[in-house]
Design a protein around this ligand. Structure first.
Ligand code: ISJ
Length: 116
């Protein structure tokens, strides 16, 4: 088993925006990797994201009935960006490509070379 990281950002604390961005992130992680099976998914949100739970969005959209998901609040650090959704996917995958989208790309500039 390996773990794949990802993160994205929302522009508004609104259900539609949270659903759209969290599903986009999950689908991009799948598209950019060869994931055979998922063991579990941990999602975190910054404190300002309250309108909808991204874990619920991913579970419904992807029909993840037996996959355990958790959603937690991200540690609040000085100057850390708002409106960020993070995921940590434990899975069986032939690849380990971490995916950062939108404003979340700024979180890991060291991965930029790998994020084509
Ligand atoms: C840099 C990030 O944000 C924070 C810092 C992390 C890190 O230094 O590895 C991991 C998760 C977050 O707590 C990220 O999400 O990748």
């Amino acid at each position: 088993m390996i773990a794949i990281r990802g993160a994205t950002s929302v522009d508004k604390n609104e259900k539609e925006e949270i659903m759209k961005k969290s599903i986009e992130l999950f689908e991009q992680i799948q598209k950019q990797n060869y994931i055979n099976s998922i063991t579990s998914i941990i999602v975190s949100v910054t404190k300002d994201i309250t309108a909808y739970n991204p874990a619920t969005a991913i579970r419904y959209e992807e029909n993840l009935i037996n996959t355990p998901l958790m959603c937690v609040q991200e540690a609040e650090m000085d100057n850390s960006p708002k409106g960020i959704i993070r995921v940590l996917i434990h899975c069986d995958s032939a690849t380990q490509k971490h995916v950062y989208l939108h404003r979340a790309k700024e979180l890991r500039p060291d991965l930029e070379d790998f994020n084509v």
